[in-house]
Each structure stands twice: as structure tokens, then as C-alpha cells.
Design a binder for this molecule. Structure first.
Ligand code: DAH
Length: 342
């Protein structure tokens, strides 16, 4: 076989091998077997020196043409293989933008917070403002300033959580906020004070050592018991429904005189008597009364000039009545199956 025929054969073989290459790796090994240091074409080029001078130009020319041609075929095939590989990759990594995204769960307010906000909205609508006081309180604000004498049973170690510091305790009710506000404000005063209170109770379906109250206080000229009743009626109807009736039963609190416990007509049986209201037709929702003159004069108000009413309600109790929750502990267990219902 003449050397020119040999080159032509290499050319054909090369083209075939290159077109048959089905991956970039196969293409590279085809390239090496023709153009590499020990490749078939390289071997021919290396043998040019053995040819006679008159044969050399034609063979040299043909050898170069074959090399250029093989190189151009390789680069064409490489582009094809690269674009095939890219296509496969894109297909594998395809993102279906029509699939639903991952939803992060949206939180909501705890039922106790919702009820506090609801109570707050009602009283803001009546012209009240929101006040806050400390949960770690002194005996003075929690008891003395509220006309509660040193021998009152509520002050005992049995009922109250005292700190190690003398005369400092976890407030047993939100009523001390009344005093703190009056000390700093001249009448008229219209405030509510939502917050936590603490008592030395063992947890059971209706008791928790920590619970929430909303305190209310109105002091102005000519405030009467009728104003208290009217205010509580407006509150009860907005909170529990327009059909609710309100009743005040005489009671005793040291810081109000007269004092009352306040009931709403049962939200289940409408007063007829059922299991929820233990057959009496009424549900107790709060304590209230006319601010005792001793409390008013204690903060420097003149009981002859101004009068006032106060009330305090348990937030958990209201939530339990409104939603028929039968165990106060459910509010604090953070079980989403319970909390998500509200
Ligand atoms: N502080 C009372 C309690 O915790 C509730 C209360 C009763 C608040 C009468 C008042 C009130 O403001 O006038 O049981």
C-alpha cells in the first residue's frame, strides 16, 4: 500500500471512529489513537524523513490535510456530544415550577391573648386606656394600699407566693395596678390593666398557680353604682352575646364598698338551668364594687370630690365559659391540637 493510500485509509478510519464515539471519553480516546504521540497519523508524519525528497511534498501535504480534517471532525463531534450532555443534564435537573411550594406554618395568637385583646377592645371603645404594673409586687401595693389588713387570710403563706425578700411577692391579683395608676394620675381615671397573677394553688381543672386577670378602674366626679352596672352590661353583651343579662350579688372585697360578684345569664341554657351553670342559670364572671374611700384617700384623692368603681375578671374563666373548655391546664400545655381550634 502506498503511503498516500495509507493516509487515506487513516482518514476514513479516523472519521468513522470519531462519528461512532458516543461520549466525550470515547472521542478523546479516538483523538489519541490518531493524533496522539503514538497515534496512527503521528507515526506517518514521523516517517516523512525516510521518504525521498521528491515524494515528501505531496505526502506532507496530504498528511497535513488529513490531520486538519480529523481535527475539524473531532471539534464538530465534541460540540455535538457536549450539547447532548448538557441536554441530558437539564432534563435530569428540571424543576417543575407548577408544583406547590413548601408552606411554612403560620402561627396565631394564643386563646388567652385573643380574649385579652377582645376585652381590651371593648373597654377602649368605652374610652378606657390600658395600664401595666409589675408582676413582682410589694405587700404594700398588693394588700395594704388596697385596704387589706395584715391579718387578712389572703396574705397568708398558704395563699400567696412570697419571694425571699421581705415584703415582696408575686402579685395575687391585678388590683395593685389601680393604686399605682392613681398615685401617678389625677382624676378622671379610666383604665384597664390586663396581666398575670399568681397564687399558691395546686393545679386542677379550675386552678393554676399562674393565671390572667383584667382589672378595671373608673374614678371621676359622680360615678355611681349604676355606672358600674351599665358598664358591665355593655361588656357582657359584647363579650357573650346581645341576649345576655347581668346580675350583681352582694359580696365582700376589702378594697370596694359595696362589693358584688357579677354573673351573666348562662350562655348555654339562657338562664333555664343546665350542667354548665350547675342548674342555677347564671355564671360568675367577675368581682366588682365601688372603690373604698380608704383606697381613694390613700392615694391622695378626696372621697368627697370623686368616686369610682373597680372590677377584676379572670381571663381563663371567661375563655372557659365562652368556649366550654373544661380544664384550665389545657391553656398552658402548648398542645397545638387544642390551641389550633381557636
Ligand atoms: N382582685 C379580686 C380578685 O382577685 C377581683 C376584684 C374584685 C377586683 C373587686 C376588683 C374589685 O377591682 O373591685 O379576686
Amino acid at each position: 500500500m502506498s503511503i498516500l493510500d495509507k493516509l487515506e485509509k487513516i482518514n476514513k478510519e479516523g472519521q468513522k471512529e470519531i462519528f461512532d464515539a458516543s461520549s466525550l471519553e470515547e472521542l478523546e480516546s479516538a483523538r489519541v489513537s490518531f493524533l496522539g504521540k503514538k497515534g496512527k497519523l503521528t507515526a506517518v508524519l514521523k516517517s516523512l524523513g525516510d521518504l525521498s525528497p521528491n515524494e515528501r511534498p505531496a505526502v506532507g501535504k496530504k498528511a497535513n490535510e488529513v490531520r486538519q480534517f480529523i481535527e475539524s471532525v473531532i471539534s464538530k463531534r465534541r460540540k455535538e456530544l457536549e450539547s447532548e450532555a448538557l441536554g441530558r443534564k437539564l432534563e435530569e435537573e428540571v424543576v417543575d415550577i407548577t408544583l406547590p411550594g413548601k408552606r411554612s406554618p403560620v402561627g396565631k395568637r394564643h386563646l388567652i391573648t385573643q380574649i385579652i385583646n377582645e376585652i381590651t377592645d371593648i373597654f377602649i371603645g368605652l374610652g378606657y386606656r390600658v395600664a401595666k404594673g409589675p408582676e413582682v409586687e410589694t405587700e404594700y401595693y398588693n394588700f395594704d394600699a388596697l385596704n387589706t389588713p395584715a391579718d387578712h387570710p389572703a396574705r397568708s403563706l398558704m395563699d400567696t407566693l412570697y419571694t425571699q425578700k421581705d415584703g415582696v411577692l408575686l402579685r395575687t391579683h391585678t388590683s395593685p395596678v389601680q393604686v399605682r395608676v392613681m398615685e401617678k394620675t389625677l382624676p378622671p381615671v379610666y383604665i384597664i390593666a390586663p396581666g398575670r397573677a399568681y397564687r399558691r394553688d395546686v393545679p386542677d381543672p379550675t386552678h393554676s398557680p399562674m393565671f390572667h386577670q383584667v382589672e378595671g378602674l373608673a374614678v371621676d366626679k359622680n360615678i355611681t353604682f349604676g355606672d358600674l352596672k351599665g358598664t358591665l352590661e355593655v361588656f357582657a353583651k359584647q363579650m357573650f352575646g346581645a341576649d345576655r343579662k347581668v346580675r350583681l350579688r352582694p359580696h365582700f372585697f376589702p378594697f370596694t364598698e359595696p362589693s358584688a360578684e357579677v354573673d351573666v345569664s348562662c350562655i348555654m341554657c339562657d338562664g333555664k338551668g343546665c350542667r354548665v351553670c350547675s342548674g342555677v342559670g347564671w355564671l360568675e364572671i367577675l368581682g366588682a364594687g365601688m372603690v373604698d374611700p380608704n383606697v381613694l384617700s390613700g392615694v391622695g384623692y378626696d372621697p368627697e370630690e370623686v368616686s369610682g368603681f373597680a372590677f377584676g375578671m379572670g381571663v381563663e374563666r371567661i375563655a372557659m365559659l365562652k368556649y366550654r373548655v373544661n380544664d384550665i391546664r389545657l391553656f398552658y400545655e402548648n398542645d397545638l391540637r387544642f390551641l389550633e381550634q381557636f
